[in-house]
Design a protein around this ligand. Structure first.
Ligand SMILES: Cc1cc2nc3c(=O)[nH]c(=O)nc-3n(C[C@H](O)[C@H](O)[C@H](O)COP(=O)(O)O)c2cc1C
Length: 313
């Protein structure tokens, strides 16, 4: 799962909170790309195609900005005005952002109690961001519960200390990372890729066959250079042969992996390089194509229904 964080702060040199949040997120989330739109477009001349390309590649889009005059800074509004274009974000062919997560993440100077019908700002934060909520709906995106923190402005000698603002910024970062992690764990592609990596690590070590059979579905179709096998017994039979032939600590290197959803299953297509030492003293170096058919069950477990391995050379 890829996350795109659109950072919109037109006064970066004065920023404490947003800069710290953006830096904190990239440091800890390896699948998050930050686009600092003021750094990219200080003249507000937005490269619409580049921005749209970045959006197309993302599963989740986070908008990170300071709350300015009960709204977003002008550069971010300008970005929306240009990038969320006809037939891209809306219109008869405007479904390009459909299904992507839309997450507002912003820092608010004023205290929480000011944002209520009896506070000096009269309205709730949720009231101020309604236009953005509707923007997400029109673009068929998934509007997520926004992440925001109050009391984020530091006015020396008047309001807050820098340490208190930084602490709240770190709290905000943690909340954002929790959302990103939750979305990544829910994402089947990420889950399957993580599983495949773990599977091959176990195959490299020649772990006990019980580990693998946890993931093999009853009656699974298994096809290897050594022949056709079926289900748990089939796997154990094939694996016993492998364990007699090659030594532990071999290497399966995943060169490419593609996960495609199809009729409730996932087709996992891989190119793998195998390097192993046999007990007869030979070194095996093989390029194989693997095609797996995988299910994620209702309780979130992975089951392999087809496991087809073709040796290329
Ligand atoms: C031009 C401007 C307008 C602002 N408007 C608001 C506002 O409407 N409500 C509010 O609570 N804080 C407001 N603030 C305070 C900012 O929200 C606060 O400075 C910011 O969230 C801190 O983030 P930063 O350290 O990244 O700049 C405003 C600040 C500026 C500079």
């Amino acid at each position: 799962m890829k996350t795109l964080l659109i950072l919109a702060h037109p006064e970066p040199d004065k920023s404490i909170a947003n800069r710290r949040i953006a830096d904190g997120v990239v440091a800890k989330s390896k699948n998050t790309e930050v686009r600092d739109i003021f750094a990219l477009y200080p003249d507000y001349n937005i490269d619409i195609e580049a921005e749209q390309r970045a959006l197309l590649e993302a599963d989740t889009v986070i908008f990170q900005y300071p709350f300015w005059w009960y709204n977003m800074p002008a550069i971010l509004k300008h970005w929306f005005d240009n990038v969320f274009d006809f037939n891209f974000a809306y219109g008869p062919e405007g479904d390009k952002l459909k299904g992507k997560n839309f997450l507002l993440s912003f820092t608010i100077g004023g205290p929480a109690d000011a944002y209520s019908p009896i506070g000096y700002n009269h309205f709730r934060i949720e009231d101020f961001i309604k236009p953005m909520e509707q923007t997400a709906y029109l673009a068929q995106m998934n509007f997520m519960t926004p992440v925001y923190e109050h009391g984020m402005v530091y006015i020396p000698g008047v309001y807050n200390t820098q340490e208190a603002v930084e602490e709240r910024a770190d709290n905000h970062t943690e909340r954002l990372l929790n959302v990103i992690n939750r979305l990544e764990n829910e994402d089947p592609e990420t889950k399957i890729k993580g599983f495949v990596k773990e599977w091959f690590e176990n195959l490299d070590k020649l772990t006990d066959d019980g580990y693998f059979n946890n993931y093999i579905a009853n009656g699974a179709k298994l096809s290897f250079a050594e022949g056709e096998f079926e289900g748990h017994e089939g796997f154990s039979e094939w694996y016993a042969g492998i364990k007699k032939t090659i030594k532990p600590d071999n290497e399966h290197r995943i060169e490419s992996i593609n996960v495609i959803a199809e009729n409730g299953h996932f087709n996992v297509d891989m190119s793998v390089k195998l390097k192993a030492e046999t007990y007869q003293g030979d070194t095996l170096q093989l390029n194989v194509k693997e095609n797996w058919k995988v299910e994620i069950t209702r309780d979130g477990r992975i089951k392999i229904h087809e496991y087809i391995v073709n040796t290329i050379n």
